[in-house]
Write a protein that binds this ligand. Structure first.
Ligand SMILES: [Fe+2]
Length: 212
């Protein structure tokens, strides 16, 4: 088989799989799914699903990536971010740049704490077999780990100051992520979404209206 045919077959498979995941997600949302806030010190799912998840996948699979701190990254346009109520509200309070990182198959990002970010928000766009793990003791020879199992179209507040690693075993892995202009901590983000620098009730109504 020629390289061109192989790529066409690969792209068709990718497209079919993406469409299937999209339909699955739409069905979950239609059935009233909201991500459970699994409150821990390392990650918390936001209450409302992303409304730009499909658009982000399209950008992720099609975009041009540039190298940034050893990662392949592309920047997401602000106009698209503002189509998502949760992100639009967050951006007013804590300005950020949104990006998509692409991680190659059979690679590991070893135990680390982020040096340029205290906290962030992540959402999985596409992966085939990858694992994101947290540990409280990255120095130990053997340590307990906790996995962040990414649900479709779900934002997670992510504590980048707890040691974490990513193992990507198959296929490219595409992750939506934020980098704040100022120092914004995990606790700042939890406060913003749970206790409400945006008033909780107002924010709920605002998000519900956008779903209609
Ligand atoms: Fe990290």
């Amino acid at each position: 088989m020629s390289a061109i045919l192989e790529k066409a077959a690969y792209d068709a498979a990718y497209e079919a799989a993406t469409a299937a995941w999209s339909r699955y997600n739409a069905a979950r949302i239609a059935a009233g799914y909201v991500a459970e806030p699994a409150s821990t010190e390392t990650m918390i799912a936001l209450k409302y699903p992303s409304s730009i998840w499909d658009n982000l996948i399209a950008i992720a699979l099609d975009g041009e990536y540039k190298e940034y701190y050893g990662f392949n990254v592309l920047i997401v346009p602000e106009q698209l971010i503002d189509n998502d109520k949760q992100l639009a509200a967050l951006r007013k309070k804590y300005p950020f740049t949104a990006g998509i990182t692409k991680m190659e198959p059979n690679t590991v990002y070893n135990w680390h704490k982020d040096t340029n970010r205290s906290g962030t928000i992540n959402m999985m766009l596409w992966n085939e077999e990858s694992h994101c793990l947290f540990t409280q003791d990255a120095e130990a020879r053997v340590s307990q780990v906790e996995e962040l199992i990414y649900e479709p179209a779900t934002y997670y507040i992510f504590n980048t100051q707890t040691s974490h690693m990513v193992v990507n075993l198959d296929g490219d892995r595409y992750m939506f992520t934020l980098e704040f202009v100022d120092n914004v901590t995990y606790e700042n983000l939890v406060d913003f979404f749970e206790l409400g620098n945006v008033k909780a009730e107002e924010f709920d109504n605002w998000c519900k209206e956008s779903d209609d």
